[in-house]
Design a protein around this ligand. Structure first.
Ligand code: NI
Length: 194
């Protein structure tokens, strides 16, 4: 058990991490798991209940994402294994997109090589090849279904984040040599932090 004082309130982290939908009004920055943490390999479950706890979690995910800073965050990365993603690819950071239970249809045979990074693989940017045009069908924080076409950065981001929900990381697209090099460097970094 690990107790921590925050805003004058004692927070029990053992409860916090077991129940990510804690009363989070006081706590909004969530710890991000980093490669090669095996929990990042968990396949996320569909969201079935759209309540205030879910909406609070989404708020916290946006705060965590903007703070990092990042343009996308999957719940997997904060150790919540439900199919929830937050995205904002706008330059002004004023265009939040909530993506719950996403499904993607690839609309083109065209692919593009783009450099990707990931909050769970800090400091590393590598080329990944993905389809350039997709249709995303998903639900918002109220369970309302929507469908949008996406290209460029948004298409890449959506595919990158959905990979997280499947327990997949962008480093999986790299050669084993490159991936292992990143793994051992991050391992070393994590050992130094402890
Ligand atoms: Ni990522």
């Amino acid at each position: 058990m690990y107790l921590y004082q925050y805003n004058g309130k004692i927070i029990d982290f053992s409860v916090l991490f077991l129940q990510p939908s804690f009363s989070a009004a006081t706590m909004s920055l969530l710890p991000i798991l980093e490669f090669p943490d095996p929990r990042l390999r968990t396949v996320a479950e569909p969201v079935t209940v759209f309540n205030d706890e879910l909406r609070q979690l989404i708020k916290d995910m946006f705060e965590t994402m903007y703070d990092a800073p990042g343009i996308g965050l999957a719940a997997t990365q904060i150790n919540v294994h439900q199919r929830i993603i937050t995205i904002d690819t706008s330059e002004e950071k004023n265009d939040p997109l909530v993506v719950i239970n996403p499904q993607v249809e690839i609309l083109t045979d065209e692919t593009e090589k783009q450099q990707e990074g990931c909050l769970s693989v800090p400091g590393y940017y590598e080329d990944v090849v993905r389809p350039t045009n997709i249709r995303l069908t998903a639900q918002d924080e109220h369970g309302k279904e929507y469908s949008i076409e996406a290209d460029d950065l948004l298409a890449i981001c959506v595919q990158h984040e959905i990979d997280h929900l499947e327990g997949k990381l962008f480093v999986d697209y790299l050669s084993p040599l490159k991936r292992n090099r990143i793994r051992s460097k991050l391992d070393k970094l994590h050992r130094q932090k402890v």
